[in-house]
Write a protein that binds this ligand. Structure first.
Ligand SMILES: [Zn+2]
Length: 687
């Protein structure tokens, strides 16, 4: 298909002169973090006071919208300097100070979001101003501020506003604590080499000692996932899976109940029947009913596939029990899932993950990944030597638009686990790419934080293929942050609809399943050989392995999240157990409480976890309609993608961007096919 005309030839850089300054700093002491927090609050409050105390007849675009937007730019950067260290600083004192700062600033955010005096002046401006005197993005900003004001109840009676404000403050503190508890969890299990049977030697050698003959297995990803996949001692898997899903059980279970209740109360004060409906109003899906239908239909379609796959892994289990002389209990337990799903990959698809990872040393993967992104998106990356960073493992890169040579942003890579560090993989926007007060463009800066397998004394860091996929995914978010050219910080980078935000990063995951890119990001760490053709073919085929069970599990998680935010009386652990049994056919381990470890519920994805599956509809459509047709390394499509999908940030609705890039409205076909499902051509286009 021909690229849509509206994308082609678009200039990628706005006329505004660009300031290349990195305003971030990582040298603050715990005490300075505290002091600067107070200062930042005072300084920002002064702007709000000024805006809110103007006489109505003095209200103008400059004195109101621009003043608030300018304050937001510097506030966002300063806030990130103060609150990001809680996730990454090697010093516990600094992490604690940073968490405290985050709490204070979150409370302040609530205060500012509830400023009725400011809101009234924006409403006044909207009534008075000629819309066509504003640039389109400024109109969007104006409308968004009014919408957000109403979503905070600023049009409601004062006592209702007070109630909302107090709930919002409690909510933000509870969310910070929920995730803090998980990050700071240091639970480990001391296990013998015998108990760790089946795990490769390099894994065992990487473990710290715990006493004479025991090794320390933590519950961090690089320990948990390989163990659940490879350890052939069921009792060990059971213990570790149980411990993993009991992390922070007591404290987070209590927090979760309170979160759910408070969210429902707030939504009800605002006139919504459920918290999900309140949240979804701002998303592509619009209502909890639409989400429920999407998930139910998908679950229905995937069910037969899931049943087939479960039967296959049950057979594998039976055979393994016979081989090892173990009792066969006739069912798949939660701690069996990953183990036998991995066996499916190894036996049915003959992909040996331990052999495969020898072709994915971190350095080669990084080099390949960076070169693919540079080529595809017309960018040039340069490592900044001796950059100031927060830990010696961290690297900083400068990003230029290749055509113009202009710096468009920078990114940090922080790839290995450390104690107290954020436990998942994520991209943090640190300096929004947007216009500054003087009209110059501020470069965008983001950090990718992950927990990949560390190097050992005898081998470099060797990545599992799914780690390579995570790497591509998170880096997709980084590119979204850097390539967006919004005017307002509010619309910069990944500030798009939450059920679209994963689409750009998911789309780039496709590259780790395609021959050409795979060859570019792999090389045997000892021999320097490329991946043998046969292994490569097998790997690519194995993408279809376990799709039923994998996606049904995503549906379970999405439905737990929806259930908690539509029926407040639902008990999280019970609801999770019920859905696991019903949808996945695999019971949750008794005594565990997976929802208490489900960071998304307190990390801005409340009632929105479905967004991972929902945005895959778009990521698959974009990939198959354009890249797969015109070439996965086709720079022309890459540039269209950069200008239609990444460049607008949140300054346009996702549906508009998609239509531009696809040349039509999105369809579910590619998504369903990628899940191994049939496409019924009589179905109307969904979503
Ligand atoms: Zn993501």
């Amino acid at each position: 298909m021909k690229p849509p005309a509206a994308c082609a030839g678009d200039a990628l850089d706005t006329a505004a002169p660009c300031s290349e300054v990195n305003y971030l700093r990582w040298d603050l002491s715990a005490q300075q973090i505290g002091e600067l927090t107070v200062e930042l609050i005072e300084q920002t409050k002064r702007v709000y006071d000024q805006v809110g105390s103007q006489k109505f007849e003095d209200v103008s675009y400059e004195s109101t919208l621009k003043a608030l937007a300018d304050a937001e730019v510097s506030y966002t950067v300063q806030r990130n300097i103060l609150d990001f260290p809680q996730h990454v600083s090697p010093s516990k004192d600094i992490r604690t100070a940073s968490t405290e700062a985050d709490k204070k600033l979150s409370e302040f955010d609530v205060e500012m979001s509830m400023r009725q005096d400011v809101y009234q002046r924006i409403v006044w401006l909207q009534e008075k101003i000629q819309k066509d005197s504003l640039r389109p993005e400024a109109v969007r900003y104006l409308e968004r501020l009014i919408k957000l004001g109403r979503r905070n109840g600023l049009h409601l009676p004062k006592d209702t506003q007070e109630k909302i404000k107090s709930i919002k403050k409690k909510l933000s503190l509870l969310c910070i604590d929920f995730n803090k508890n998980l990050n700071e969890d240091t639970t480990f299990l001391p296990l013998t080499r015998e108990e760790l049977g089946g795990l490769p030697e390099d894994f065992l050698n990487s473990l710290e000692k715990a006493g004479d003959d025991k090794l320390k297995v933590t519950l961090k990803y690089p320990h948990y996932f390989p163990l659940l996949k490879k350890c052939h001692v069921p009792e060990t898997r059971r213990k570790v899976e149980e411990a993993f899903n009991c992390r922070c059980k007591q404290e987070n279970c209590a927090i979760l109940r309170e979160l759910v209740t408070l969210r429902a109360q707030k939504s009800s004060l605002l006139g919504f029947s459920t918290h999900a409906d309140y949240v979804l109003e701002m998303n592509m899906a619009k209502s909890s009913q639409v989400v429920a239908t999407f998930l139910d239909e998908l679950a229905q379609k995937l069910k037969p596939l899931g049943e087939q796959e479960r039967a296959v892994i049950l057979e594998l289990k039976k055979a393994e029990c016979e081989k090892r002389g173990l009792d066969f209990d006739g069912r798949i337990n939660a701690w069996d899932m990953r183990y036998y799903m991995n066996q499916v990959e190894e036996t049915r698809y003959s992909v040996d993950q331990n052999l495969l990872k020898e072709y994915f040393p971190m350095q080669v993967v990084t080099k390949g990944l960076l070169s693919i992104y540079q080529e595809l998106l017309g960018l040039t990356f340069n490592l900044e030597e001796n950059a100031t960073v927060w830990h010696e493992d961290v690297k900083l890169y400068c990003v230029r638009d290749s055509a113009s040579g202009k710096v468009i942003g920078k990114f940090y890579l922080d790839l290995y686990p450390r104690e107290g560090k954020y436990g998942h993989a994520a991209c943090f926007g640190l300096q929004p790419g947007c216009l500054r007060q003087d009209g110059s463009r501020q470069i965008a800066i983001a950090a990718m934080v992950a927990n990949f397998t560390k190097p050992t004394p005898d081998a470099p860091s060797l990545l599992q293929h799914d780690e390579v996929e995570t790497y591509f995914h998170e880096f997709g978010h980084v590119m979204h942050q850097l390539c967006s050219q919004a005017e307002f910080a509010m619309f910069s980078g990944t500030h798009v609809e939450r059920d679209f935000v994963e689409a750009p990063s998911q789309m780039l995951e496709n590259w780790v399943w395609e021959k050409e890119p795979l060859l570019r990001m792999s090389q045997h760490y000892r021999t320097g050989d490329t991946i043998p053709q046969e292994l490569l073919d097998k790997l690519i085929k194995s993408r279809q392995a376990n799709t039923g069970l994998f996606n049904l599990r995503q549906i379970v998680l999405a439905k737990v999240d929806q259930a908690l935010h539509t029926q407040t009386s639902a008990d999280p652990a019970e609801e999770y157990a019920r859905l696991c049994q019903e949808i996945l056919g695999v019971p949750a381990t008794p005594g565990t409480n997976m929802p208490a470890t489900f960071g998304h519920l307190a990390g801005g994805y409340d009632a929105q976890y479905y967004g991972y599956l929902w945005s895959e509809v778009y990521s698959m459509d974009m990939f198959h309609t354009r890249f797969k047709q015109e070439g996965v390394l086709n720079g022309k499509v890459g540039m269209d993608y950069r200008s239609c999908i990444l460049r607008p940030g949140g300054s346009q609705d996702a549906s508009v961007m998609l239509k531009l890039f696809l040349g039509r409205d999105p369809k579910q076909d590619a998504f369903l096919l990628s899940k191994g499902l049939q496409v019924d051509s009589s179905e109307p286009p969904a979503c």
